[in-house]
Design a protein around this ligand. Structure first.
Ligand code: F6P
Length: 747
């Protein structure tokens, strides 16, 4: 109310003042016009007066009775506007004059003065007008009548007119300003409403922006996006990302809401020992490496497949146990699968179908209807587990990876108010490649049940959006990274995964670790070591890496007997033919190369097909000279980041495949095409020859990046986005703005 009043006043006051100024400018013009009209009036009047005077004085004048003439003149003066009269002789002498006629006026008419009017005489008491009219009898001039009119009434009239004029202009000003203010106000309200609806992203026809707002739509949205991005970056950049930051963020941004994580692989596997005891194993899994520290920080529940032989023994009847075993921080809820279900859902559809479908490693995907049946069934079972574990109606559910493409939609149906974040840990292929999947529509629909869908790189987000565009009736809004299907929005965003920083293990002195590792493998103290750490998977480029070692020794024989590739290869998915074949291929390649250089010092390849715990892997990272990551295709590859984090001595060289997500973040590594064996071999040589100063410069820069963009930041960014989304949804529910279940975009 006050705001509108202020607004209107701001408009009315200047307009009224402008009109008043105009009135003051016009006033002198009106004055002069009026004066001219009245003078002209007086002249006409003078003729009439002269006619009547002539009749009245003709006889006395002829008789020479000047007293009677005088008497007649005084009588005529009764007219209120007549001020004085005088009778002059034809030769210009005053013969008779009324008492008011100034002697000084004489018998002549004054020439035009200041105001340009003939006969006008300005004096203190008001203006007079003097006119001369000839008096004639029978064609002879008998004298001249001098007529003085009192013009002070003109002044009075003029004042009245001036006042009226000012009043008119002020009133007109007020009326015009009021009408304009009203019109402007109404348009402004409409405009503001239009802008608001734009900013809210409303698209209902009733609130659609008016045509004149259309050009602003893009600009406004872009501005908002920039602001939002800046704010996010500012928020993120100013925080130092630690487990404590994540805990605080959960408390503040998500008001301590419940967090449920779902993945296939569990963070702790309990394994039967021959002596009846139980051994706990940490699986070789990028997912576990990243998510476990986050769960330690956030608490909550992690639902996963109980795959260890002693898992049931270690959990309660509901499959729950507190982990980590040495200092419990969250709940692990195990879901049990039969062997047949695991074959269909995990080995079959997930790893013979989706895995090769999403990785460009030239292994054909295999799709079987019975695997798909199990996949659907197990996704349902995990959805049941989410509902069982949820103690509120709106938990934050973080679903991980390609094993659970259907889960977001299934959970959405059961817990409509949940905030569902789906993170896809592997690459997303282009639409042509994905199009071969017989159940592509179901998979896309399942994923689009989430509120936020994360990939490692913008490139995978783009591939996903193009795939949806190709196969699903949808609206893609690239400017807000949003896909809308049947009125429901999913934000598709890149969240590059990372590792905990600082590394949780307390490091030994590097020199000691280097010596210990060389002793362990029976190598001389000065022996140069390159390290590979991978699951034994055909996507990792392990054979190509070994061929590059062979080529290195061909091209630069000085390394023969002075260099070894230590390849840690954790057995993986060995129930599958493809993986068993691959293991045989890797073993054969290593044996062949070692045989070729036999007798010329330590073997160039040390292949270790066995599980290594994280402490042992950490020691290897710190003891080697070069870490080699030659994946043929990899969503991110955390080995690269773990190696960087372990090297607090700022030494060591990373060779990194251009086909990993990590290559986009770590350009200071020696970036290679793993299919180009000579190039990889030359990079190995360059790494071995690299000066300490260059190693330090490269490593320092990479460490800076991994430190800043650690896994707490990865999880924090998703949770910040989820928190913002939840606040918006809650606000909307409170104000009842929308009850159709449509969620607004995040930014
Ligand atoms: O790196 C991709 C990934 O799918 C992880 O998400 C997963 O944990 C890892 O591969 C290991 O695979 P698996 O759990 O089948 O051994």
């Amino acid at each position: 109310m006050f705001r509108s009043l202020r607004l209107s006043l701001r408009f009315i006051v200047p307009l009224t003042a402008a009109l008043l100024g105009l009135a003051l400018l016009v006033m002198p013009l009106v004055d002069s016009l009026m004066l001219r009209w009245f003078v002209r009036d007086m002249e006409i009047r003078g003729e009439l007066v002269a006619n009547s005077v002539q009749q009245l004085i003709a006889t006395p004048l002829a008789n020479g009775d000047l007293a009677a003439v005088d008497d007649q003149l005084e009588r005529v003066l009764d007219d209120e506007r007549l001020y004085a009269l005088a009778l002059c002789s034809p030769d210009g002498r005053i013969v008779v004059r009324t008492a008011t006629y100034p002697q000084s006026f004489g018998c002549g008419v004054p020439e035009p003065g200041r105001r340009g009017l003939r006969g006008l005489i300005e004096r203190n008491g008001g203006a007079l007008h003097l006119a001369a009219q000839a008096l004639q009898t029978d064609g002879d001039e008998i004298g001249r009548l001098m007529i003085v009119h009192d013009m002070s009434f003109v002044e009075r009239r003029s004042n009245e007119t001036r006042l009226g004029l000012i009043m008119f202009f002020v009133l007109a000003g007020l009326v015009v300003a009021a009408i304009s203010a009203l019109v402007a106000h109404l348009s402004l309200r409409g405009w503001v409403a239009g802008v608001r609806s734009l900013l809210r992203g409303e698209r209902a026809p009733a609130s659609a922006p008016s045509p004149e707002l259309q050009p602003l739509v893009g600009d406004l949205r872009e501005m908002l996006r920039d602001l939002e991005t800046e704010r996010r970056l500012h928020d993120e950049a100013t925080m130092s990302w630690t487990p404590q930051t994540l805990r605080r963020l959960l408390r503040e941004q998500l008001s301590g809401d419940e967090v449920i994580v779902v993945s296939n692989r569990e963070p702790y596997i309990h394994i039967d020992e021959p002596d009846g005891g139980i051994r706990v194993q940490r699986p070789a899994s990028g997912l576990v490496t990243a998510v476990e520290p986050v769960m330690r920080a956030c608490s909550g529940t992690w639902i996963a497949h109980g795959s260890g032989s002693a898992d049931r023994r270690a959990a309660d009847p509901q499959g729950r146990l507190a982990v980590p075993p040495d200092s419990p921080a969250y709940t692990l809820r195990r879901v049990w699968l039969t062997g047949e279900e695991e074959r269909g859902y995990y080995y079959g559809f997930s790893n013979e179908g989706l895995w090769p479908l999403c990785h460009l490693a030239h292994v054909r995907p295999v799709f079987r209807s019975r695997d798909w049946k199990h996949y659907r069934e197990i996704n349902r079972r995990f959805a049941d587990a989410v509902v069982q574990e949820a103690s509120t109606e709106d938990p934050v559910v973080l679903v991980h990876d390609y094993h659970f493409a259907l889960l977001p939609r299934l959970v959405r149906k059961r817990l409509p108010k949940a905030t569902i974040i789906m993170f896809w840990h592997i690459p997303w292929p282009n639409p042509e490649s994905f199009g071969v999947c017989p159940w592509k529509e179901e998979i896309l629909d399942g994923l689009l049940g989430s509120d936020i869908l994360g990939f490692h790189t913008p490139f995978h987000c783009k591939n996903f959006a193009e795939t949806v565009d190709r196969f699903v009736e949808s609206r893609i809004e690239p400017e807000s990274s949003t896909i809308v299907v049947r009125g429901r929005r999913t934000r598709v965003e890149a969240y590059p995964i990372s590792i905990a920083w600082p590394a949780p293990t307390e490091p030994e002195a590097i020199a000691h670790t280097r010596t210990a590792l060389r002793e362990r493998y029976g190598l001389p103290a000065t022996h140069r070591i390159a390290l590979g750490v991978d699951r034994l998977d055909y996507t990792k480029g392990i054979v190509e890496r070994m061929r590059a070692v062979e080529r290195l020794l061909e091209l630069h024989p000085r390394w023969i007997g002075r260099f070894t590739l230590v390849q840690i290869a954790a057995p993986s998915r060995s129930a599958l033919d493809e993986y068993r074949r691959f293991e045989a291929q890797v073993s054969a390649a290593a044996a062949e190369i070692n045989e070729r250089f036999e007798g010329r010092g330590p073997a160039p390849i040390r292949l270790l097909i066995e599980h290594h715990d994280s402490a042992s892997v950490f020691d290897h990272y710190r003891a080697c000279d070069v870490c080699v990551v030659t994946s043929l295709h990899d969503g991110m590859n955390l080995v690269a980041k773990e190696f960087v984090s372990s090297r607090d001595d700022e030494r060591g060289v990373l060779i990194l495949s251009q086909f990993t997500g990590a290559a986009r973040e770590l350009p200071e590594a020696l970036i290679v095409n793993p299919y180009h064996i000579d190039q990889v071999a030359e990079s190995m040589n360059a790494a071995l020859m690299m000066s300490e100063a260059e190693q330090q410069a490269r490593m320092r820069s990479m460490r800076q990046l991994v430190r800043e963009f650690n896994v707490f930041r990865w999880a924090g960014r998703m949770l910040l986005d989820a928190g913002r989304l939840r606040r918006r949804v809650r606000l909307r529910e409170r104000i009842g703005a929308r009850s159709d279940g449509i969620r607004e975009p995040l930014a």
